[in-house]
Design a protein. Structure first.
Length: 365
């Protein structure tokens, strides 16, 4: 029977599997002994990144928005709508999908912290919309009228939903084959890895391109904070995809078995991101940014993400076609004067975008 706490559990959690351990989930949340210190480190870093959207002044963005051309307003507003969708999913899905089948306290705490940080992103979009648009509700109400956003919603939730369905069946005592359950978990993690590592970046690049032109700088500052968080979430999914085959022999088989499907998930996402870029720039380009550059940027980002999880670099774009984005993504400190876009100080840091064997040096991956 499923329970939130098993008083009879006396097992050594450092010997538990990361997910779907036969002995059940987490009982005592203890952090004095950890099986995987990587996740405790990720939690500490995320907590150190804590920020509130209200601390970023976006009032000047309202004036900037009015001065944008019609097609620039289309680019800005459409990206904002799509980001709302992505973080609406992530603001609940990690905890709902991964939490119930997690078997380690440090991993459970990371998943909870990760999910909470995504809700800050969702709140930040409302903060932007309230200050930039005369009728904020119109933006939310029209969000799902864009077919490209509807298509994205279907793709990013499909594998989440399949895993959640199996979790629920297992919790109700219905027959679920453990190997198939683990396969559903693997594919959901791969899908989330792609979401965190690829699907945000067309929108990110557009936000930062506006700021490079000294427009919508408050929004760009918020997006930089969001990107910093997303890089941390990406580090966690990449870590899990590297760790699970060593944690559980079943995942070693699943990794090989699902390789082609994983590549297809990336390829589908790249195709969809290119279509999104085409939709954004259907009426005109920005100074320093156009459809072709964004299409190449998506390929460049996808190559990095695929290489990080052992899937090679299948796309022709090996170098960053938008090198100026590095300063927005990198872990350099963000220092903006209060009279500009930042009202109060933050604990600012950065995290590497992709996990390597040295990322958690001293820990066993």
């Amino acid at each position: 029977m499923s329970t939130v706490f098993d008083a009879n559990d006396r097992s050594d959690h450092t010997k538990s599997l990361a997910f779907l351990d036969p002995n059940g989930g987490v009982s005592i949340q203890r952090y004095d002994t950890l099986k995987y210190k990587q996740f405790d480190k990720l939690t500490d870093k995320q907590l150190g990144f804590f920020w509130r959207p209200e601390e970023v002044d976006v009032l000047r963005d309202a004036k900037d928005f009015k001065d944008l051309s019609a097609y620039e307003q289309h680019i800005f507003t459409s990206n904002l709508k799509r980001q709302i969708l992505l973080d609406s999913v992530q603001g609940r899905a990690p905890a709902v999908a991964f939490g119930p089948i997690c078997s380690l306290p440090e991993l459970e705490t990371w998943i909870t912290t990760w999910t909470f940080s995504e809700t800050i992103h969702s709140r930040s979009y409302t903060h932007i919309i309230r200050n930039v648009y005369a009728n904020p509700s119109k933006i939310f109400d029209e969000m799902m009228d864009i077919q490209e956003i509807v298509d994205c919603a279907s793709d990013i939730t499909d594998l989440y939903d399949k895993l959640i369905t199996m979790n629920n069946q297992a919790a109700l005592g219905m027959p679920v084959r453990p190997y198939e359950h683990k396969k559903a978990l693997w594919l959901a993690l791969m899908s989330v890895n792609i979401l965190e590592g690829v699907r945000f970046y067309v929108s990110f690049a557009c936000s930062w391109a506006f700021a490079e032109l000294k427009k919508m700088e408050g929004n760009a500052k918020i997006i930089k904070f969001i990107a910093r968080d997303e890089n941390l979430h990406l580090a966690s999914t990449q870590t899990l995809l590297k760790l699970l085959p060593k944690d559980d022999p079943d995942f070693e088989k699943i990794e090989v078995e699902c390789r082609d499907q994983a590549i297809k998930l990336f390829d589908d996402a790249v195709t969809q991101e290119k279509k999104w870029a085409e939709y954004l720039f259907k009426d005109g380009s920005m100074i320093g940014l156009n459809y072709q550059l964004l299409a190449e940027y998506v390929e460049y980002i996808a190559n990095k993400r695929m290489q990080a999880v052992g899937l090679g670099q299948p796309y022709p774009t090996k170098n960053n076609p938008l090198p100026w984005t590095n300063k927005w993504i990198a872990g350099a400190e963000v220092q903006v004067a209060p009279q500009e876009t930042e009202i109060s100080s933050y604990v600012i840091g950065g995290t590497k975008q992709d996990v390597s064997n040295d990322t958690f040096k001293g820990f066993s991956l």
